[in-house]
Design a protein around this ligand. Structure first.
Ligand SMILES: *[C@@H]1O[C@H](CO)[C@@H](O)[C@H](O)[C@H]1NC(C)=O
Ligand SMILES: *[C@@H]1O[C@H](CO)[C@@H](O)[C@H](O)[C@H]1NC(C)=O
Ligand SMILES: *[C@@H]1O[C@H](CO)[C@@H](O)[C@H](O)[C@H]1NC(C)=O
Ligand SMILES: *[C@@H]1O[C@H](CO)[C@@H](O)[C@H](O)[C@H]1NC(C)=O
Length: 336
């Protein structure tokens, strides 16, 4: 359904020689479900807020050519800050935005920002609180984690969408032998449906395995109208799962920094080792926040996601990017 749905890959594309793993049977499924209902005590590891995002020992600004062929000039930290595309407000909120002041001609590239943690993670609980996220025609924002050897070390897309989407799409990309089992659909939020079962990704088949959260508060304008909210992603050897909480419904254990995922109810997405050996497919992930401009998915879904004309013409007009900004409260990581 979502052709070219995610090209958030790291270059260079390396060989797809995946590790062959055994297939995972019923006992693994039960183990995953049991694990899901076990209280895990999480301890705060990293708390990124305010100037943390501009601190080069914690986050780096990616300023190479966009691997997904967007009409975008990702900015260095110095340039992003001098152009007012990355800054911390007086209240401590961090803004990462697309340039919305420069008039371009059709086909020219627009300035934007893509940042990633210097630190790599091999599991844990990741909690991000955003007051607002980018949306609008020609935008492709994402909050995600990814390993260095794509796709064999995996990619976890926690928030992702394009243009005027009114739903979030949660995706895993992996090496061979990793898929969602359709039975998991009964264990997730009633607003979530499986879009694609196959996580294994290659340059020619790169949809990944997906859940669509039809809750309009989960993405874009609907997210921002509620004052944003919190996304949580729990990554263990048994399962990767995500929860979304709109601003008014953030559990107090998250606010208190004593998060207990087993108290949060059904997740928005659940990927378990019933269909994928999580431990061997996902490793050494950095956390990334970016806003792409046009590029693969944005352009292939341009009209189906509410936009008219061409992506390149849309990029030329600065005011089309007035809503293209991340307003970040914090990103926190926890370990058990
Ligand atoms: C989790 O375990 C508790 C205690 O065994 C049980 O009461 C509860 O129904 C379980 N929850 C789920 C979602 O399975
Ligand atoms: C940047 O982060 C490092 C690691 O936490 C810290 O030691 C350093 O003081 C920070 N730099 C600034 C300017 O805050
Ligand atoms: C599903 O989305 C609707 C609309 O935003 C919301 O009212 C409802 O609480 C959501 N249900 C769950 C289980 O999250
Ligand atoms: C750019 O976008 C910001 C954030 O939405 C908005 O406050 C500002 O007025 C816009 N700038 C221009 C020149 O329209």
């Amino acid at each position: 359904m979502h052709f070219l749905s995610s090209f958030l890959l790291s270059l260079p594309l390396l060989s797809l020689a995946g590790h062959r793993t055994r297939s995972f049977g019923q006992q693994h499924r039960r183990a995953a479900l049991k694990a899901r209902n076990t209280t895990t005590t999480y301890v705060l590891e990293d708390f990124y807020q305010g100037q943390s995002f501009l601190n080069s020992s914690l986050w780096t600004f990616f300023d190479d050519t966009d691997p997904t062929a967007g009409l975008v000039n990702y900015q260095s930290s110095a340039d992003a800050q001098s152009k007012g595309l990355a800054y911390v407000q007086e209240d401590g909120t961090t803004i990462l935005k697309v340039d919305n002041t420069t008039t371009l001609t059709s086909g020219q590239y627009r300035d934007s920002v893509r940042i990633a943690t210097t630190k790599s993670y091999n599991g844990g609980l990741f909690i991000a609180d955003f007051y607002a996220m980018p949306y609008g025609c020609a935008t492709w924002p994402a909050f995600w984690t990814v390993g260095p050897n794509w796709p064999n070390q995996g990619e976890i897309d926690i928030i992702e969408g394009v243009n005027l989407n009114t739903h979030n799409q949660i995706t895993l990309h992996s090496g061979d032998d990793c898929a969602i089992q359709s039975t998991l659909s009964s264990l997730v939020s009633s607003n979530s449906t499986i879009g694609n079962l196959q996580c294994a990704s290659s340059a020619s088949s790169n949809t990944g395995c997906t859940y669509i959260d039809s809750d309009a508060r989960s993405y874009g304008k609907g997210f921002n109208q509620q004052g944003g909210g919190v996304y949580a992603m729990e990554w263990t050897n048994e399962a990767i799962q995500m929860w979304f909480f709109s601003r008014a419904h953030i559990p107090s254990d998250i606010t208190n920094k004593t998060p207990n995922p087993s108290s949060w109810g059904n997740p928005a997405a659940l990927f378990s080792n019933s269909g994928c050996d999580i431990g061997s497919h996902f490793s050494d992930h950095t956390i990334t926040i970016n806003t792409d401009v046009c590029g693969g998915w944005t352009e292939s879904a341009f009209s189906s996601s509410g936009c008219s004309g061409t992506c390149a013409d849309t990029v030329a007009v600065a005011s089309n990017f007035d809503n293209a900004q991340w307003s970040i409260n914090y990103v926190a990581t926890y370990q058990s």
